[in-house]
Design a protein around this ligand. Sequence first.
Ligand SMILES: *[C@@H]1O[C@H](CO)[C@@H](O)[C@H](O)[C@H]1NC(C)=O
Ligand SMILES: *[C@@H]1O[C@H](CO)[C@@H](O)[C@H](O)[C@H]1NC(C)=O
Length: 402
Amino acid sequence: MASLLTVFSILVALAGGLYQFALKAIIFDTYGIGRVIQPIEDFPYACRRITHERLQACEDIWLDDEARVLYAACTGTEHRLAWNQAMGGLNASGRRPGGAEIIALDIDKPGADGLFGMRAIKPQGYVGATGDESLDTVGFDAQIVDESTIHLYIVNQRPPVDANKEIIDAALSGANSTIEVFELKRGATEMKHLRTIWSPDQVWSPNRVAIIGDGAFVVTNDHGAKVGLRKELEPIIGGGNVAYCAASGECHAASPTLKFPNGVARGKDGLIYVPSSVDGTIRVFEIQQDKRLKQVDVIHTKHPLDNIGIDASGDIYVAGFPDLRKMMKAIAKPFEHDAPATILRIKKSNGGYQVGKAVEDAEGKIISGATTARYDVKTGKLFLGAALSPFLVVCNPVRSPE
Ligand SMILES: *[C@@H]1O[C@H](CO)[C@@H](O)[C@H](O)[C@H]1NC(C)=O
Ligand SMILES: *[C@@H]1O[C@H](CO)[C@@H](O)[C@H](O)[C@H]1NC(C)=O
């Protein structure tokens, strides 16, 4: 049934004369054929990898610029290769023993080993699918609640289990994803579990959360289905959306169908920015009274995009994939291949958006496969995480930014 529907959708698209347009967009914007990708030396940064076993596959990072601490959600590269619903990794037995970790780094104190005093923030009072404390992190957002308190909203790709808490095959059912809310006291090495949001009908393929406030948040479903043929055709036919979840844990669809909506963020202007990993746009939405999203703008970046990071001054940093073919190779074998990376910086001015490159690495020499960027306005440092690459990257400014 699903396959008939998708064939039908494609036929409709073809008949509609969209074919040429769609194909052009796919070849140039999505795949990046003919794109000029600059070497890292062109940019005013000195970048280096921060390599450590525990800093592998940190898909998402968040900067507490007031307390000068960067938080990274790291799963381990092998873990992520095996267990990653969005990219078809459905082997839950390949997860790393102990699961993913939230790691804290002191950004002003690189230390003699260059690891920024990295330490894990252990969950407390959280019980995972199999009865242990394992997390399976994807994207996350955090909110400074008061002087000493931070709340983290973490997408948790739980493995599906049976009544005896034994993991069952996820090939057909996919992951059993939840959003976990934790409270962290600044400086502590433990975070207290506050609640789990589980809304399988509305939040089936969560990618990243953007906190709205008072316990409410929006979350992207990156695909329209957890598994199956329809999902494979989504780059063409679209799939996925944004859901709104109230503090009560009740969630509802808040946007129309989108194309691989990825790392959503809430801007300093209160608008919701939703990047697409397919069509190179960031759709800008306003939350209406009825808690649905109304599109108010579209930013065209012409790059498949991953996560958005908003800096302290409100500028938007977003990781893009300038060469999707090389990215796919690096995703398949992250220990062997590097992928070119582009970090775009988007400034809002006079009601419009200016898109520029913050940094790019045509060979993936140092920055490879980056999926999140966080810019520290105070020092001009840029921190980069990657969903599969076995390292983080820090870029120090070498000239004052113009
Ligand atoms: C799943 O992962 C386990 C552990 O790494 C491995 O032994 C097994 O062969 C994998 N199964 C498949 C179907 O790839
Ligand atoms: C999915 O997770 C929820 C929330 O933890 C749990 O109640 C439910 O039993 C899980 N279902 C499966 C199939 O693992």
